[in-house]
Design a protein around this ligand. Structure first.
Ligand SMILES: Cc1ncc(COP(=O)(O)O)c(C=O)c1O
Length: 467
């Protein structure tokens, strides 16, 4: 006899056929998978408790629990510390490879985070470095070299990371790649091959992270971030054995992971035999205090540190590096070989020459001054035009968060600003469907000059006053 179930939360239909040769467990798993895939169960939607669903379907609670666990492992569902189980998969999220579609209209002043000052790219120095690289490249350099990357660049980056980031970097364990995005994708593929199935990501966090995790065939697990960074206790409640974090300057909140949380995170990694992927994306630019050293320097056997020149030079250079423990670096290099046989040799040699010659350091010093001035302008302009907004996350990088009064309509403020040709991003767009928190605006000030900052904030102050 067939048993049908239809509950009010959620509106899902499960049909169990007790005459079928297919087991009841398999029928339940298939029915739930189909409901999620077809969009009848939406991302973030809560499922009935195992007790309730078991009673409705006339099956044991253990069978429902096993079904939920299996679908969690497959990435369809996510459990929340013994409370609710929710849908963790959206058919659109896997179909759309880029989570950041270009803005519909070009804004006159755009506070989009993540962009360095593109007008300050040191074109003359880069031209010089490319000339040097081309002039001095050997015949061997022009062939299929080591997929790990040019040994010259690896040595230069290793000593740069030791000097500037307090990292434990060894040229033999570095893999040169096409930016953080590829470095992380390669690392995730290597972790998957090593048996990892679930990877935690920050919530709110960079929109690309869950997409990269899914594309590697792994399950993203969202872990909340508070004013001290990633909530490690929550991480420990999940099944994840790897996590991607932005400890030096969290994206998007700008929070710095506190020393206690750093230790707790490394202890977690030790306890679960896990791996921390450190996204060290903008730590070169630090204003208030001494630089926060890289996590990798504290536990080189547990941390994979991924960096790039996307913030220090320009995203278009598409060069980055992965500094990994020995047991992973060989796998990551294999992935790199399979993916594209290595990053462009002349660009690698040019970057090596740029750093060796001191021109890269000189550029960073100059840019620190540029960003410090923009940051100062942002603080001042908000104080003058929108004094109700509290700014946090200013210790490093070139984005910060302005906290809106409770109850403020974040989306409406973003739209109203767009109507005045001021591009803003709300904190909400960085949250998972389970994430919640007060409204806020992420202000990127890397690619906005001081005059534009002042005019943009004046316009926002004006629209906030108008309510
Ligand atoms: C948090 C974070 N990590 C990494 C990156 C850089 O990625 P890539 O090196 O691939 O350009 C960005 C760029 O926006 C970012 O915001």
């Amino acid at each position: 006899m067939a048993v049908e179930w239809s509950g009010s939360t959620p509106e899902v239909f499960i049909r169990l056929d007790r005459q079928s040769p297919e087991t009841l467990g398999s029928q339940m798993r298939n029915a739930l998978r189909t409901a999620v895939r077809e969009g009848r169960l939406h991302m973030g939607e809560r499922l009935p408790s195992s007790r309730r669903l078991a009673a409705d379907l006339g099956v044991s609670r253990g069978l429902v629990q096993a079904t939920y666990e299996q679908l969690e492992a497959e990435g369809y569902l996510q459990a929340f510390g013994g409370s609710a189980t929710r849908v963790a998969f959206s058919p659109q999220a896997t179909r759309v490879p880029s989570p950041k579609p270009p803005p519909a209209a070009r804004m006159e002043i755009d506070f989009a985070p993540g962009r360095p000052d593109l007008n300050s790219f040191p074109a003359r120095d880069w031209l010089w470095a490319c000339g040097e690289a081309t002039r001095t490249a050997s015949a061997r350099d022009m062939g299929y070299d080591d997929p790990q990357g040019s040994i010259r660049l690896r040595r230069v980056i290793a000593s740069y990371l030791q000097r500037v980031r307090g990292a434990f970097a060894d040229a033999d364990d570095l893999v040169i790649c096409s930016g953080f995005t590829q470095g992380t994708a390669l690392t995730l593929a290597a972790l998957r091959d090593a048996g990892v199935t679930s990877v935690a990501v920050e919530d709110p966090g960079h929109l690309d992270m869950p997409v990269l995790v899914r594309r590697a065939g792994l399950n993203p697990v969202f872990v909340p971030v508070d004013d001290r960074g990633l909530v490690v206790d929550e991480l420990a409640r999940t099944k994840a054995t790897a996590v991607i974090v932005t400890p030096a300057h969290q994206t998007p909140t700008g929070v710095v992971l506190t020393p206690e949380r750093r230790l707790a995170l490394l202890q977690w990694a030790e306890q679960v035999g896990g791996v921390v992927i450190e996204d060290d994306y903008d730590s070169e630019f630090r204003y208030d205090k001494q630089p926060v050293g890289s996590l990798q320097g504290l536990a080189a056997d547990r941390v994979v540190s991924v960096g790039s020149v996307s913030k220090s030079l320009a995203p278009a250079i598409r060069l980055g590096w992965v500094s990994a423990p020995r047991h992973l670096s060989a796998r990551i290099a294999e992935e790199k070989h399979r993916c594209d046989r290595g990053s462009p040799a002349l660009d690698q040699l040019a970057l090596a020459r740029l750093i060796e010659s001191g021109r890269f350091d000189r550029h960073l010093r100059r840019m620190r001054g540029v960003y410090a001035a923009r940051r100062g302008e942002l603080v001042e302009a908000i104080g003058e035009h929108a004094p109700g907004l509290e700014l946090t996350g200013l210790a490093a990088g070139f984005h910060a968060v302005a906290h809106l009064p409770r109850g403020a309509d974040e989306a409406e403020i973003v739209h109203a600003a767009a109507r005045r040709s001021v591009g803003l991003q709300g904190l909400g767009r960085y949250r998972s469907p389970y994430g919640e928190g007060p409204p806020g605006i992420v202000f990127g000030f890397g690619d906005v000059n001081e005059d534009a900052i002042r005019r943009g904030i004046a316009a926002i102050g004006d629209l906030l006053r108008q309510g």
